[in-house]
Design a protein around this ligand. Sequence first.
Ligand code: GAL
Length: 682
Amino acid sequence: MAAPATSGVPAAHHLTRVPGLLYGGDYNPEQWPEEVWAEDVVLMRQAGVNLVTVGVFAWGRIQPGPERWEFDWLDRLLELLHGHGVAVDLATATASPPAWLVRAHPEVLPVTADGVRLEFGSRQHYCPSSPVYRAAAVRLARALAQRYAGHPALALWHVHNEYGDHVTECFCAESAADFRRWLARRYGSVERLNQAWGTAAWSQQYGELAEVEPPRRAPGPVNPTQQLDWRRFCSDALLACHRAERAVLTELSPGVPVTTNFMSMSKPLDYWRWAEEEDLVSDDAYPDPADPQTQVRAALNYDLMRSLKGGAPWLLLEQAPSAVSWRAVNLPKTPAQRRLWALQAVARGSDGVLSFQWRASRAGTEKFHSAMLPHRGTDSRGWRETVRFGAELARLGSVAGGRSRAETAIVLDWESWWALELDEHPSARMRWSTLLLPWYTALHRRAVAVDFVRPGTELGGYRAVLAPNLYLLRPETAQWLSEFTAQGGQLMCGPFSGVVDGHDQVHPGGAPGPLRELLGVVVDECWPLADGATVPVELRDGDGTLAATLWSEWLECEAAVPVARYAEGPLAGRPAVTRHANAWYLGCHLGADTGAVLDLLLAAAGVAPVLTVPEEVEATVRTAPDGRDHLFLLNHGHRAAQVALPDHWRGARDLLTGTAQADRLTLGPLDAAVLLHPRTAT
Ligand code: GAL
């Protein structure tokens, strides 16, 4: 709700204590002579930069030999930045071990599933379980923390860089030993492991834990539970690296927030567990200008980042000012896309916009990656956009710390994702992102605010919970969902859910396992559809025909009633979508038609959109800590769009243009507005 007007001076960022929204990027001064730094800081100031990430890949420069430390340059740099009012997100620099370490200890290099040891010469070349690597990384983090803990420029610690990028797993002997220790803690005995892994199949029994190895390349598919445990272990092994560095930082510089940059919704790491270790969730997001749905995927990622710490503001720590350099074809962003997509992150909870990188590199792999300061220098369009956007962002300072409210939640469970995509399933097309995207897209189109939740999250504030897929489902998750519906919430589960338990073993009686009573259905047999095939599905009461693709199920209704039936094919007449009280089940994949069924659920739940807007307009509200509401309106369409403002938004001031709005607002193509609630405008 709107609160009385306040001074309008942006509050300091709640964690970094930098005023207003954060603006800046990765700064790699080690690639440049010091004369250039002097120019950099002046230009940073011109652009409104207030935070830069320093030292991400500077291990070799900081510690050029086992007992050689070179901090002088970093001392000078931090002073220079501080003197120019630029705060520092200081990296622990541990993502790229130097050559001397690798040559002295080749065992720190990671090994692939085929047994190939990866060479030095790129980055992220380390084995997460290597005691040598871990000790060296912690030593470096300690040295940095000892030196800079009290430095006035230090606003944020940046641990490592993108854990799980390039190397998500290592199959060396050290990792194998670490895996066995992990398994011993999990199972306690080889008998329990045999049971959990179902090793009676294919004669895979182990006589002792010492016989177990990682799921290296084998003649055929490797035991699925072994693979699932391996994924759990790999996420944990990287997390152990992170924890070790974090512990040193919090010990030596208490009060300085710690983050590590996530990679949007990516599979290898269970970010729910990781987020518990972060003071601030930060994300690297690289929407692809070649993808017409890119803004939907981006919104999804941003909603996830906001959700990982229960709605707390997060930080877009990397994005590309224009093109990246790592796709086969790297399309630049148009000036309008650059601005709109950056604002989109703020609209969905980011307290700033940082880029990779500040100054375009002249050498190295990333020399064709765009930067805030392009190769052309200040006499370039890119630079002018950098300056212009910095000024715009500064106008939005009052939103810093703002939170959003959603009545709808989507369940995301990394374990289930990992298990869903194991080998030899009825259809290899059932991928988590394929299943999730249509559900999210439908909500995005309808401007329905949505959070992500993990099993067990308090669901008190939600009216609707969606579970596009819960292939792996524990009984306690079913209980949690059932309590939600018992309290009046509407639940919709997607196909191929409730299939296996935490060991990837099929629930007795088959799917939907522990959800059977709640959903009132039982799956007789999975009926995946051939590639390209579609089956018409008719909604009850002649409400229309939808198209199922990828997947269908021979479904028997027990307590449930059919909401839609297959109209053709071997399942003609059988239920495709069902409802039992307020628990709905989709036994098929409805792709682009998912929205038609979601509409029924949203209506039953009484979920309202943020605002009634044209389809291509994204609308979100962020409420600042002082109660001031900010309405973000983003037109992703290539035509102008009109938005009718409800009464309580009339007269609101657009912070981007400074103009007050009447009852109707016209957004140009790819244009945006950020309205400050009229009763709180200053
Ligand atoms: C990220 C990485 C950065 C930079 C960027 C380029 O994944 O963290 O260091 O490489 O990609 O897009």
